[in-house]
Design a protein around this ligand. Structure first.
Ligand code: NAD
Ligand code: NAI
Ligand code: ISE
Length: 337
């Protein structure tokens, strides 16, 4: 059987997910697209030579008779509305992060899904599907470096546009670490503090960049994450775990080592689309397979909510400079794996 997908939001990641659903993955085709900028949607259809209809609004797409599952890849503030509409229509929905831009928005989705009685939502947290993070988790669970005591992480983008604001370093960028580190450590955050180093002159005047986020977890592990979204040199994701008896690092993406011009060098990627390209393929193939099999198993609306509660605490910590508690309600049985 082939799953008919409708995609709302045909910007950078929407295009890339449409390409992957149409040209790379098995078991799905894109039959409907929508973007607030209609030309964006029409261009994707012609560029990728899709047999897909362009809709003037996302709700008509969700309710179209031939759309069996929905991908929400529009900008963050529009996610909640479309995910709630997909749940109301009883259709499975893959939503890019953030699930909603506030914890309350995510809670509204969790409540609607629980009321529906069956999981319909998967959130686009792809890092747990990345081979490198999976290998790192295997080392931790094998006990080879003992219990994790400290993590040193970095999330660096070469540049960001003028619309990117200081809180987006949390809600748009750090949100990946918030999700993946909770999964990696099998632990929850209890508090957070944000400190601001000397500002990079490469950042727009309104943006505080870089930032350092300091977490404490329930088991007492300390985590520092550097967010630096105008680092210029590349797209660079780092994660080092210091354990009781050793250190484990996230593997670098594979790249040819060169000896040339009196230098020993390896390439650094510059685009997030390339850095996690395999993980995006695996997460979306998982969504397609799960929808066809009738039960979703990927990152849930609860994971989206947990990340958002943590993000809210981080934003409060940005504003106050204080150590802010992170308080997450117990996970409802509905979301137990
Ligand atoms: P983008 O700005 O390139 O594309 C967003 C598209 O959505 C635009 O074409 C815009 O016109 C459209 N849009 C906005 N509001 C809409 C609405 N109400 N209805 C229909 N279309 C609408 O953004 P992007 O980089 O593709 O990011 C989109 C989403 O994907 C964001 O939530 C972002 O956080 C997420 N994202 C995730 C990753 C990841 O690594 N998982 C990477 C990039 C982006
Ligand atoms: P983008 O700005 O390139 O694309 C967003 C698109 O959504 C635009 O084309 C815009 O016109 C459209 N859009 C906005 N509001 C809309 C609405 N109400 N209805 C229909 N279309 C609407 O943004 P990008 O980078 O593609 O990000 C989109 C989403 O994907 C964001 O939520 C972002 O956080 C997430 N994302 C996730 C990544 C990941 O690694 N998982 C990587 C990049 C983005
Ligand atoms: C973007 O939306 C992503 O999700 C990328 O993975 C991240 O590195 C970037 O900072 C975000 O803006």
């Amino acid at each position: 059987m082939t799953l008919n997908i409708g995609v709302i939001g045909t910007g950078a990641i929407g295009r890339d997910h449409i390409r992957r659903c149409s040209k790379v993955l098995q078991g799905a085709r894109v039959v409907a697209v929508n973007d607030i900028n209609r030309d964006n949607a029409a261009r994707v259809v012609s560029d990728l030579q899709l047999d897909a209809r362009v809709y003037d609004n996302g709700h008509d797409l969700i309710n179209a008779a031939d759309v069996q599952a929905v991908l929400v890849t529009s900008w963050g503030p529009s996610h909640e509305e479309f995910v709630l509409a997909a749940i109301a229509a009883g259709k499975p929905v893959f939503c890019e992060k953030p699930l909603a831009v506030t914890a309350q928005g995510c809670k509204n989705i969790v409540d609607a899904e629980a009321k529906h009685g069956k999981r319909l939502v998967q959130v686009g947290f792809m890092r747990p599907y990345d081979r490198g993070y999976r290998a790192l988790k295997q080392v931790l669970t094998s006990g080879q470096i003992g219990e994790p005591l400290m993590l040193h992480c970095a999330h660096r983008n070469p540049t960001v546009g003028e619309a990117y604001t200081t809180d987006m370093a949390i809600t748009d960028t750090l949100i990946h670490e918030i999700d993946v580190l909770r999964w990696l450590l099998d632990d929850d955050y209890v508090s957070v503090q944000v400190v601001f180093p000397r500002k990079s002159p490469k950042a727009f005047p309104h943006l505080k960049d870089p930032q350092i986020v300091l977490f404490e977890t329930a088991k007492g592990t300390r985590i520092d994450v550097e967010i630096f979204v105008n680092c210029q040199y590349g797209y660079d994701i780092q994660c080092e775990v210091v354990g009781e008896t050793g250190i484990a690092r996230l593997p670098e993406p594979s790249s040819v080592q060169m000896r040339s011009g009196a230098r020993l060098s390896t390439e650094i990627l510059t685009d997030w689309k390339e850095r996690f390209i395999d993980a995006y393929d695996v997460e979306l193939q998982g969504f397609i397979n799960d929808v066809l099999a009738g039960a979703l198993t990927g990152p849930s609306a609860w994971d989206g909510y947990a990340a958002s509660v943590t993000a809210d605490a981080c934003v409060a910590a940005q504003l106050s400079g204080e150590i802010v508690p992170v308080t997450l309600p117990a996970r409802p049985a509905f979301y137990n794996k």
